[in-house]
Design a protein around this ligand. Structure first.
Ligand SMILES: [Zn+2]
Length: 246
């Protein structure tokens, strides 16, 4: 039995039994953790108003038998500042990406600052950059992908290759390693992938990234995510729907 004080971003809220809520929280010190908010669906509960997705809350966690219990919550910040359905679709995408990729209580120190940055930065003008690069950075931090300026097959530097390619699993490969099913990928894009692995998302936004390259990043981040997890994100269809609406 122990109590800890922490804070975190609420990634997902589900109904539990009685009037409980099951909360998936991303914390700076314990990674992703699933906790129960006892009776928080009761309007009289102090926890009732702050247990919403995309809120950052301070809280106390109690570790006893079974699922940890969250109490003494206080709202620090809401990332969904307005009832903006577009913003909601971007935040849901970020939250679902973290939820699927991270194991329970797997702690990697760079992940919370990355999530905090992405949640705070994403908007209608930059989501085509933030969402794919967030996924790629998260995959990098979790050790699923290696340095992206080298061929993922023969490990030679891609700058020595005249062209870069994507294999069927969306891994970046060199000219020598390509086959008939490989698709060409601009070398300029390879530089940006590597830059993104080493720098903050805010630094990436300072670069003037050509609109022609953007679809490649969406394709590579989705492709790698699906190859690694063997599933699609539900929030992707939500996102596509709003993107089509413009
Ligand atoms: Zn190669």
């Amino acid at each position: 039995m122990k109590y800890i004080r922490t804070h975190g971003i609420i990634l997902r809220v589900r109904h539990g039994k009685n009037k409980d809520r099951i909360i998936t929280l991303l914390t700076p010190d314990r990674g992703k953790i699933t906790v129960v908010a006892k009776g928080s669906r009761d309007m009289k509960s102090k926890n009732c108003a702050v247990m919403n997705e995309h809120y950052c809350v301070s809280c106390q966690l109690y570790f006893g038998h079974g699922m940890p219990i969250i109490t003494q919550t206080k709202l620090l910040k809401s990332y969904l500042k307005t009832r903006d359905i577009h913003l909601l679709s971007y935040l849901s995408y970020l939250a679902e990406t973290i939820e699927i990729l991270m194991e329970e209580e797997h702690f990697v120190d760079k992940i919370y600052p990355l999530a905090e940055e992405a949640f705070g930065l994403v908007n209608k003008d930059n989501y085509k950059i933030i969402l794919p690069f967030f996924t790629l950075k998260l995959l990098t931090y979790l050790g699923y992908i290696q340095q992206m300026n080298i061929c993922s097959n023969c490990r030679n530097a891609l700058r020595d290759s005249k062209k870069a390619y994507l294999d069927s699993g969306c891994n970046v490969i060199c000219e020598n390693c390509k086959n008939e099913s490989s698709k060409e990928f601009p070398l300029e894009g390879v530089k940006l992938l590597f830059f993104c692995q080493k720098n903050n998302l805010a630094d990436l936004l300072k670069i003037d990234i050509s609109k022609n390259l953007q679809p490649f990043f969406t394709e590579i981040s989705q492709g790698l995510f699906e190859t690694i997890t063997n599933r699609k994100r539900k929030s992707e269809s939500f996102l596509k729907y709003f993107t089509l609406l413009g």
